[in-house]
Design a protein around this ligand. Structure first.
Ligand code: ZN
Length: 151
């Protein structure tokens, strides 16, 4: 495993739409391992592959001893609404309030290529929505209100 540099705003690669993973092989699993190690190294609670320079639809999250990795994640259902503060390893020094669905259902593939369905709420739902936005080239600063310096 290896710790990668985090790609930071305004790097234009963060604005691209990541491509689906068509073939889940050892190369893909290696990227997931590197994403995991990099996320923990920088005290993140979520990371998208594009943040280490890989434009593929893969995310890892851990909002608190609940590590998960999702390939080709799609939000299939959402409900409720909640506003809370967010930051991003690719946008250091800034936080902002973001409106997100309070509860979501996500379908994805795991590292063995098996389909998984996940129901998430509150912080986990928020992190997943934030990371899935990365796959579309969307950053939290695009949709946040009350952006401010993270003291
Ligand atoms: Zn982010």
């Amino acid at each position: 495993m290896a710790i990668y540099q985090i790609v930071k705003e305004p790097d234009q690669s963060l604005r691209t739409r990541s491509k689906p993973v068509n073939n889940i092989n050892d190369g893909v699993r290696r990227v997931l391992d590197n994403m995991k190690e990099t996320m923990y190294a920088f005290d993140g609670i979520g990371l998208a592959a594009i943040q280490i320079g890989v434009p593929k639809r893969m995310i890892v999250v851990d909002p608190g001893d609940n590590y998960m990795e999702l390939i080709n994640p799609v939000i299939t259902d959402s409900s409720g609404q909640k506003k809370a503060s967010e930051g991003c390893l690719s946008v250091p020094g800034k936080v902002g309030l973001v409106d997100r669905a309070q509860k979501i259902t996500v379908k994805a593939l795991n590292r063995d290529g098996e389909e998984i369905t996940l129901e998430a709420e509150d912080l986990l739902a928020r992190v997943l929505q934030h990371e899935i936005d990365h796959l579309e080239g969307i950053l939290f600063i695009d949709i946040a209100t009350h952006l401010q310096a993270d003291e």
